[in-house]
Ligand binder design. Structure first.
Ligand SMILES: *[C@@H]1O[C@H](CO)[C@@H](O)[C@H](O)[C@H]1NC(C)=O
Ligand SMILES: *[C@@H]1O[C@H](CO)[C@@H](O)[C@H](O)[C@H]1NC(C)=O
Ligand SMILES: *[C@@H]1O[C@H](CO)[C@@H](O)[C@H](O)[C@H]1NC(C)=O
Ligand SMILES: *[C@@H]1O[C@H](CO)[C@@H](O)[C@H](O)[C@H]1NC(C)=O
Ligand SMILES: *[C@@H]1O[C@H](CO)[C@@H](O)[C@H](O)[C@H]1NC(C)=O
Ligand SMILES: *[C@@H]1O[C@H](CO)[C@@H](O)[C@H](O)[C@H]1NC(C)=O
Length: 374
């Protein structure tokens, strides 16, 4: 027994002298063994990663460390002297159990971990034994999906692309479905790219939607399902944010038309079925801007579109006979839509003309009616 105890330091002294000669470090104590039993470990982001490493037999002087990666770019995850805030030893003081817990695991913690026994020389350390490595994969949930639409609003009938993005997930497999309200929209498979840290994935999915007038109340849903999720995540987009429905503009002259001289005549401008609700209404008399008056606030209709009414009261002086009144509507600070009507003054000839016209029409109707009964 005593012989063995003394023989060991002697062996290391020899190794020290033979330092740098090939294979010297690997020989070491004959009964020393290092076990790293886990081949693969899978852990969810935010949880605790448990890595197991035990040694047996008598080893040389020198630390046991955990390294992530091997060769260039290896990283010391734990050694007995440094401070590693997220790492704790499973058995805090032990010369045989070097298992560790790594708390609050992140996707970038994925990689191959090695438990390594070093041999200490006067001038430094060398690898003495290493475990076979544990491949750690970190399962991470995707971020909440975000749906984005076009920069500018577009009108009904236009095909508009919408994009759904979610990131930071592992593994790569992810399922993306689109819905417009309750209806499934068919899309191309998402594009999946490696994230910045190279340890998780990002995805982007595009759906092309043809906008409709009554999409004011519709929403797009991007539904993401992933192995880490118990219930799918949904990103929403209110289609009204992308929609531009131009108003229909009409001007109706009051009754009677033609009007008697010096009576007042009302022109009403109906601005119907527009979205969004911002419009500016101006009136022009023969192209000259008028001072107005009486424009109602936009009212929301049951379909979600807006409408309003604007009224202009005109005194039908003789000079105004034949004047053209234009209602000009600027919608969404961009598009301009107009409607017009003409002021006509009553005069006997015209009155007669109208009577004549009505009479002829009446006669024709009676004729047709009689013929149908015959
Ligand atoms: C790691 O160990 C801790 C404490 O023993 C335990 O609570 C946790 O569930 C383990 N984690 C895994 C992924 O096995
Ligand atoms: C780890 O990296 C350092 C330099 O980055 C290198 O000197 C050392 O040999 C590497 N260790 C192993 C075990 O690959
Ligand atoms: C959005 O509208 C503005 C102003 O009309 C225009 O300059 C711009 O090019 C439009 N952008 C897109 C992406 O269509
Ligand atoms: C209409 O009013 C104008 C001025 O108010 C007046 O000069 C004119 O005689 C009136 N015409 C008729 C037909 O009443
Ligand atoms: C014109 O409209 C105003 C306000 O609604 C109303 O008081 C007036 O009676 C109308 N005039 C005619 C001729 O319809
Ligand atoms: C008003 O104008 C119409 C056509 O422009 C004309 O037929 C009519 O006689 C005019 N009325 C008066 C009162 O001048």
């Amino acid at each position: 027994m005593a012989l063995v105890t003394w023989a060991l330091p002697l062996t290391y002294l020899m190794l020290f002298l033979l330092r740098r000669s090939p294979g010297a470090g690997a020989q070491g104590g004959p009964d020393f063994e290092l076990q790293q039993p886990q081949d693969k470990v899978s852990v969810a982001a935010g949880e605790t990663l448990n890595l197991t490493c035990t040694t047996s037999g008598t080893g040389p002087t020198g630390p046991v460390k955990w390294l992530k990666g091997w060769g260039d770019g290896n990283e010391t995850v734990y050694d007995q002297t440094g401070t590693f805030p997220r790492v704790t030893r499973v058995v805090s003081i032990s010369n045989t159990d070097f298992s560790i817990h790594i708390g609050d695991v992140r996707p970038e913690d994925a990689g191959t971990y090695y438990c390594v026994k070093f041999i200490k020389w006067v001038s430094g350390v060398d690898v003495f034994r290493r475990g076979k490595g544990t491949v750690v994969s970190v399962h991470a949930k995707p971020t909440h999906p975000v749906v984005s639409g076009p920069d500018n609003r577009t009108g009904p009938g236009q095909r508009v692309p919408f994009t759904c993005t979610a990131g930071g997930f592992f593994p790569k497999e992810i399922d993306v479905k689109w819905f417009k309200d309750k209806d499934r929209i068919s899309v191309q498979p998402p594009s999946i790219t490696l994230g910045q840290t190279k340890s998780s994935y990002d995805m982007s999915s595009t759906a092309v939607v043809t906008l409709q007038e009554d999409d004011v109340r519709s929403q797009l849903i991007c539904q993401v399902q992933h192995s880490t999720l118990t219930a799918p995540l949904r990103g929403m987009y209110q289609l009204r944010k992308a929609l531009l429905v131009s108003p229909k503009v009409s001007v109706i002259a009051g009754v009677p038309n033609p009007v008697e001289v010096n009576k007042t005549m009302n022109f009403t401008c109906y601005v119907k079925g527009f979205y969004p609700g911002d419009v500016a209404v101006t009136w022009l008399e023969n192209g000259m801007e008028m001072k107005v008056e009486d424009t109602s606030q936009p009212v929301e209709t049951p379909r979600g579109l807006f409408e309003l009414r604007s009224l202009v009261e005109v005194q039908a002086t003789e000079e105004k006979n034949g004047s053209v009144f234009t209602c000009r509507v600027v919608h969404n600070a961009r598009d301009s839509i107009s409607g017009t009507a003409t002021l006509l003054l009553y005069c006997s000839g015209l009155w007669l003309g109208i009577l004549l016209e009505k009479g002829l029409l009446g006669g024709l109707l009676i004729f047709l009616f009689k013929r149908a009964r015959a």
